[in-house]
Ligand binder design. Structure first.
Ligand code: PAF
Length: 280
């Protein structure tokens, strides 16, 4: 089947309400990279029909964030998705998703208030609202999401559970460049020096893993070491935190269920990364 582009909510809903097949869904904001493509490939393996949405969601950007500059390449995206055999691309206009008078929001308390939720207070409200709408429109059995946005997955799992939505999230591993930088649409904003500096996130993860292997269990010892790696490479720290992998609770001591979470500004570009302490 040839890929079809659907712009209308009603059309998308009528297509997916009829389907008696396993639907896989990959929500994206476009400007697709290998990380997104790995989600599509996983969905292709596990589902009969694969739908990808491309929508740069304005409500998850604060006024001072990069909504207008967010990279876009619809034709390039379409080419990649056609090559992968995607069935439908849902590509709505902003007015289709947020028509005049729009006033309803989904706010997941607790898990969305820590880590990125602290420095981007309205972000997860925008994410959970748009994903709730997309799930209602697409009605997928499975939704594929990358673990680079580990907190996003935790917030959305909570939302699906609390709102009795039947879609199941399939978390997929972070895809990295050969030198370890996690793939992200925002990497495009890094100049040559900043691209080099950005390695401080992955280097912090590797350093933490080595220290954990060596027996270090003390957060107070590790944080200054990570701070040093980041600042030496011109990074500005937003947060360095160790939390439980299942519910993102703060911890006193490192153990095998701990995950490291990082958010760092390289120039004006905010990069995030995370990893378990034992390499997978
Ligand atoms: O991860 C993203 O690209 C976005 O937050 C999402 C899930 C597509 C919602 O706009």
């Amino acid at each position: 089947m040839l890929l079809s582009v659907i712009n209308s909510v009603l059309e998308m809903q009528s297509l997916t309400r009829k389907a008696d097949t396993i639907l896989g869904f990959v929500p994206t904001m476009g400007y697709l990279h290998k990380g997104h493509l790995s989600l599509v490939e996983m969905a292709k393996k596990q589902c009969d029909i694969v739908i990808v949405s491309i929508f740069v969601n304005p409500t998850q950007f604060a006024p001072n964030e990069d909504l207008d500059n967010y990279p876009r390449d619809f034709d390039g995206d379409l080419k990649l998705l056609t090559e992968l055999g995607v069935d439908y691309v849902f590509f709505p206009k902003t007015t289709e998703m947020y028509p005049a008078g729009y006033s309803t929001w989904v706010n997941v308390e607790g898990v969305s208030e820590v880590l990125c939720g602290k420095s981007r207070p309205a972000h997860f409200k925008g994410v959970s609202t748009i994903v709730c709408k997309l799930v209602n429109i697409v009605n997928p059995n499975y939704m594929y999401m990358g673990e680079k946005d580990f907190q996003q997955i935790a917030v959305l799992k909570r939302m699906l559970l609390d709102l009795n939505l039947e879609t199941v999230i399939v978390p997929c591993p972070i895809i990295r460049e050969a030198d370890g930088l996690a793939m992200s649409s925002r990497n495009k904003f890094l100049d040559t020096q900043q691209r080099q500096d950005a390695l401080c996130l992955y280097n912090s993860i590797q350093h933490t893993r080595t220290r954990y292997q060596q027996g270090c269990r003390t957060i107070g010892e590790l944080i200054p070491e990570i701070e040093q790696i980041i600042t030496k490479n011109n990074g500005k720290i937003d947060y360095i935190e160790f939390r439980t992998a299942d519910d993102l609770k703060p911890i006193d001591q490192l153990d095998k269920n701990t995950r490291l979470f990082l958010a760092v500004y390289i120039g004006n570009t905010r990069l995030i990364d995370n990893a378990p302490l034992l390499s997978q």
